[in-house]
Write a protein that binds this ligand. Structure first.
Ligand code: ADP
Length: 267
């Protein structure tokens, strides 16, 4: 079943329309014989925001790891930004944010967020300017010299997002980034993430979540995966314009999208 219609595609088109990612009949069987993903088909355009939902173990992280070039598909074809996933990663077109912040505890925030540039040998002046840019983007411009241990969980997540954004990625992969945060912090970060995404009309975000409310709030489309073996069973448009705010969360259509997706997940 494919529930997609034109609304969200139109939103993506208004932002940009180049092809970002193509999966054709992609499968992954791990060396131990686990068939993690089967026959995955998906087309993602520039400027989209896709949330992936599905029960634990249905292959969401495997799909993301393949897109990031960290593990290869064992069948089918995959194109990332017109090339292979590995090549796209080498060109720093893809950035990853995990639930666990992977910040260096002894390094000030400016050094944490500029680490990818340091590793690439970017001159200090440019690094600092870019570091300040991304820390400002996530609302932490006054925390440049602070250490991670002085921050709350939500603030650490903001730093992880800033570090991912420093390379100006075209594709931002987020694997359950807000899963460990309390509800209020989570909603604040959802608002902030949409705001950041809207500032770059070409950047696409792929986001894994277990929270259907979060998926509806953030997405132009929601990708539903089913387990054993992991398949993309539905792609559901959320044809509601941006910016989205608190008011969207209280609209009847918001509840209808949540019910539709929850229903599909239970099948
Ligand atoms: P999800 O992100 O939806 O929870 P995963 O992609 O992590 O699902 O896992 C899908 C399936 O593949 C699970 O059965 C998991 O145990 C298995 N799996 C994940 N990584 C590996 C691996 N490196 N080797 C073998 N099996 C794996």
């Amino acid at each position: 079943m494919q529930l997609a219609h034109n609304g969200a595609s139109q939103i993506a088109l208004e932002r940009n329309s180049g092809s970002m990612l193509t999966l054709r009949d992609v499968g992954k069987v791990y060396p131990n014989g686990t068939a993690a993903v089967q026959h995955a088909n998906l087309e993602v355009n520039e400027g989209e925001f896709l949330c992936f939902v599905g029960p634990s173990g249905c292959g969401k992280s495997t799909v993301f790891n393949m897109i990031a070039g960290l593990t290869a598909p064992t069948s089918g074809e995959m194109t990332v930004l017109g090339t292979s996933a590995k090549e796209a990663r080498k060109q720093n077109e893809i950035a990853f944010v995990f639930q666990e912040h992977t910040l260096l505890p002894w390094a000030k925030l400016i050094d944490n967020v500029t680490l990818p540039l340091t590793l690439r040998g970017v001159p200090k002046k440019e690094r600092i300017a870019e570091g300040e840019r991304v820390l400002e983007l996530v609302g932490l411009k006054d925390y440049v010299k602070v250490l991670p241990r002085e921050l709350s969980g939500g603030m650490k997540m903001r730093v992880s997002i800033a570090r991912a954004l420093i390379s100006r990625p075209k594709l931002l992969l987020m694997d359950e980034p807000f899963g460990a945060l309390d509800e209020i912090t989570r909603q604040t970060l959802q608002d902030e993430l949409l705001h950041i995404w809207q500032q770059d009309p070409k950047m696409s975000v792929l986001f894994i979540t277990h929270n259907v409310f979060e998926a509806v709030f953030l997405s132009t489309r929601v990708v539903v995966m089913t387990p054993r073996p992991g398949k993309i069973s539905d792609v559901i448009d959320i044809p509601v314009g941006f910016p989205r705010d608190e008011e969207f969360r209280t609209r009847p259509e918001f509840g209808e999208y949540v019910r539709t997706i929850s229903g599909v997940l239970k099948h």
